[in-house]
Design a protein around this ligand. Structure first.
Ligand code: ADP
Length: 164
């Protein structure tokens, strides 16, 4: 039988419970989920690539059929290399839509056979984003309900290091 592999790409700067919710939903639809940190993102990340990958790997290690990695260059090339049939993206609010729609259609033009699948997280994660989590943590707020424990620890440590 064909293994159905999907790529869930992103910055994961850092991984939040919203991302985790999407990852778990994806495992119900696909045989293998590869969560992949984009190396070539134009965003200026708070965590280094190695840190983001390590955090991700630590969190998904107990979820069967999920692996964490990173990829250089174009997402569709990475997806083709991994023989993935689809890309997962999370949709939260309407404001996500425009950009996600453009990107999905561009990816389709680049590689026709790879589908983009959009998934919605639980309602309570709708307004959750990595940038909001970083902002709250930076200002001394409690983020334990928004990210896994290991990510919360990493955030505290990173903030301490940056303040030094
Ligand atoms: P990117 O920089 O590629 O947008 P992110 O790490 O911010 O990377 O997000 C990766 C994917 O996860 C995107 O599709 C984004 O919409 C989705 N996502 C982010 N936060 C959430 C959330 N709270 N619930 C569901 N999906 C989310």
């Amino acid at each position: 039988m064909d293994m159905r592999t999907v790529i869930y790409p992103g910055s994961f700067d850092p991984l939040t419970n919203g991302h985790l919710d999407v990852i778990k939903r994806a495992t119900k639809l696909f045989d293998r989920v590869i969560v992949a940190v984009a190396e070539s993102s134009s965003k200026k990340p708070f965590f280094t690539l190695a840190e983001r990958k390590r955090m991700l790997a630590g969190v998904v290690k107990d979820i069967p059929n999920v692996t964490a990695t990173s990829f250089p260059g174009l997402l569709v090339d990475f997806a083709a290399k991994k023989k993935a049939c689809a890309i997962i993206r999370g949709l939260r609010v309407v404001s996500d839509f425009e950009f996600e729609f453009q990107m999905a259609l561009m990816n389709r033009r680049l590689k026709e056979r790879i589908e983009t699948v959009f998934m919605m997280p639980r309602g309570k994660y709708i307004y959750l984003s990595s940038s909001l989590v970083k902002e709250v943590a930076r200002l001394g707020g409690e983020v334990s309900t928004f990210v896994p424990d290991s990510v919360e620890r990493a955030l505290r440590k990173k903030l301490r290091a940056k303040r030094r």
